[in-house]
Design a protein around this ligand. Structure first.
Ligand code: NAP
Length: 256
């Protein structure tokens, strides 16, 4: 099999540890021959991410807190200074206060609502604006979303609202960046035990239900999500933009 991302440079944002979906995606991109640029949020993850970056043979790794305009600008400057074209971007970032993922939705604070929307949704807009100028030959931007954008899932709360806004932002970006041949899509992954997922109260119940009820009768394997990200970033996905691609063992089709 030819490597699907050979001679492509990919920026992956949101790698925190080995359980991150971004890590599975980075491994799959590496397998397919992509040159990787990785970002992480801040000092807390630096050592871990740098170790993973070495393991993956990443060309570059840098911190980028997406709530900091200066960090996004620094990322943009670095990409421009490198002078190389960027072909693929994966936005694998979300955050909400743990309290807001454990109590009734109506109790969500104004600050908690703004924070969740800023980190989990607006960051895609800011990143797209920063990377588009260096995606000179066009390319692919992929974000990660979840079924809680469309349906009510216990305790997903404000993150469901953020994911709905993220999916709508994805469509507006796809429409605007399409003429530059930049495709923008979302992968709606089934539940996977990661650091972020563990902050949702009773997350293990969601995991069990999906594994039991999904047409494929098994939980989502992060490698399946990563392979879908490879497809979207590669030439095989060249006609696909503005889409939400479900990689969830088929769970989203079920009524009950
Ligand atoms: P994860 O490993 O915890 O990844 C989330 C990432 O977001 C972390 O690297 C985190 O960094 C980063 N982040 C948070 N705030 C940030 C900020 N201000 N600036 C930059 N980065 C920031 O969990 P994950 O499950 O892989 O999540 C990745 C994406 O997949 C998220 O969009 C999530 O909603 C989505 N998703 C997950 C599932 C699931 O079941 N796991 C299902 C569907 C979709 P720190 O760790 O340093 O805070």
């Amino acid at each position: 099999m030819p490597q699907l991302l050979k001679e492509k440079t990919a920026l992956i944002l949101g790698l925190a540890n080995r359980w991150s979906l971004a890590y599975s995606i980075a491994r799959a991109f590496c397998r397919e021959g992509a040159q990787l640029i990785l970002t992480y949020q801040g000092d807390r993850q630096q050592e871990t991410v740098e170790e993973l970056a070495r393991e993956l043979g990443a060309a570059r790794v840098m911190s980028c807190d997406v709530t900091q305009e200066a960090d996004v600008e620094r990322l943009s400057e670095m990409l421009r200074a490198e002078g190389d074209d960027l072909h693929a971007v994966v936005h694998s970032i979300a955050f909400a206060n743990k309290d807001d993922l454990a109590r009734p939705f109506q109790m969500t604070s104004r600050e908690g609502f703004q924070l969740a929307l800023e980190v989990s949704c607006y960051s895609l807009v800011a990143v797209a604006r920063a990377v588009a100028p260096v995606m000179r030959q066009g390319g692919s931007i992929t974000t990660l979303t979840y079924l809680g954008s469309q349906r009510v899932l216990p305790n997903y709360n404000v993150m469901g609202v953020a994911k709905a806004a993220l999916e709508a932002s994805m469509r507006y970006l796809a429409s605007e960046l399409g003429p530059q041949q930049i495709r923008v899509n979302a992968i709606s992954a089934g539940p996977v035990k990661t650091a972020s997922a563990r902050s949702i109260k009773d997350f293990s119940k969601i995991l069990e239900t999906v594994a039991e009820k999904a047409p494929l009768r098994r939980p989502t394997d992060p490698e399946e999500v990563a392979d879908a990200a490879v497809f979207l970033a590669s030439n095989l996905g060249r006609g696909v933009t503005g889409n939400v691609l479900y990689v969830d063992s088929g769970y989203q089709i079920m009524g009950i």
